[in-house]
Design a protein around this ligand. Structure first.
Ligand code: ZN
Length: 321
């Protein structure tokens, strides 16, 4: 299982060059052996199949990584790394950024220390006013996500958490103003809520987006330039743990298809003054997803799952208060 034919090596190197090889890249990618995971968590075994799949077993988790892909499976949850699993210099490697800021925190669940202050959740319903977002039949994304945001606010206030919205009615806010509002409202965490639309009516499920690490493309391969570090990149680890804390309960509670924790340089994420996530709660273009989002009982389940996720990470933000 540990044998890796050398004939694959040239192909893998070629793939990774095409993938990462920006010509004026300011910071070369540092690759770390996957085996270095043992420096961060207890590892029971690591095995590699001939098809290029890495299978890592820890006391609590099973991980699967795939040659040439950024896909990462931990138990039943799906994440997207910044870079792929590659075979280089006769070793399986991932980027140092993913070792330190993706795998290690997801497995150890120990985030770096945060500035402690009153805990405020800022919820950002997408779109509004003359910007309806997605439209399917008579239904508009701006209305669905406002309903979700208002309900989540109530659920949080019911358990004593301060929750504020970037908009509470059908008004338009430019994207760049939303992180500014988050700062003014004293956000500890920032959650932007959207609903998806796709040409393929079969596309379904919930996904969460965080900022990619500096120097890496988004999950959908956003074109360069993407090298520069953005304001919210200082929260890379907390962004991931926040998304994880929301995505898992949403999937578990609703039984909706898990599209995973992905990475894109969305405007509301780039300049966030705090850990931030953009969640897409379903596809309006999918009849089942749309019916769910229009069903008050489903929306209650979803927002209670979000509340529960927020409750799990709240202590990290308030420990010393
Ligand atoms: Zn949207």
């Amino acid at each position: 299982m540990f044998f890796k034919p050398l004939k694959h090596l040239s192909i893998i190197l070629l793939c990774s060059c095409v993938y990462i090889g920006a010509s004026n890249e300011p910071h070369p990618i540092i690759w770390s052996p996957l085996l270095d995971l043992t420096n961060h968590t207890q590892v029971i075994s690591i095995q590699y199949s001939d098809e290029g799949e890495a299978h890592v077993v820890t006391p609590r988790e099973e991980l699967r990584l795939f040659e040439g892909l950024r896909r990462l499976e931990i138990n039943d949850a799906l994440y997207w790394m910044n870079g792929p699993l590659v075979y280089r210099e006769e070793e399986w490697k991932i980027t140092n950024v993913d070792l330190e800021n993706t795998l290690a925190p997801l497995l150890s669940k120990i985030p770096p220390p945060l500035a402690k202050r009153p805990f405020v959740v800022v919820i950002d319903p997408g779109h509004g006013g003359h910007d309806p977002g997605a439209i399917v039949d008579e239904h508009q994304e701006k209305d669905i996500v406002l309903d979700a945001a208002l309900l989540l606010q109530t659920k949080l206030e019911d358990v004593g958490i301060s929750a504020k919205l970037t908009r509470t009615n059908d008004t338009f806010i430019v994207l760049e103003d939303r992180p500014v509002l988050a700062r003014q409202l004293g956000a500890s965490i920032f959650i932007s809520i959207h609903a998806n639309q796709a040409a393929n009516g079969m596309a379904a499920g919930i996904e969460s987006f965080i900022l990619p690490a500096a120097n890496f493309p988004g999950t959908s391969n956003t074109p360069a330039p993407y090298q520069q570090s953005m304001t919210a990149n200082r929260f890379d680890v907390q962004n991931l743990l926040l998304a994880d804390a929301l995505q898992r309960p949403m999937i578990r509670a609703t039984g909706t298809f898990d599209r995973g924790v992905k990475r894109e340089r969305f405007a509301v994420l780039r300049d966030a003054p705090c850990p931030a996530v953009l969640i897409e709660i379903g596809f309006m273009s999918n009849p089942t997803d749309l019916a769910n989002m229009l069903d008050p009982a489903w929306m209650k389940t979803l927002t209670e799952a979000l509340r529960d996720g927020i409750l799990t990470i709240k202590p990290e933000y308030t420990k010393s208060l």
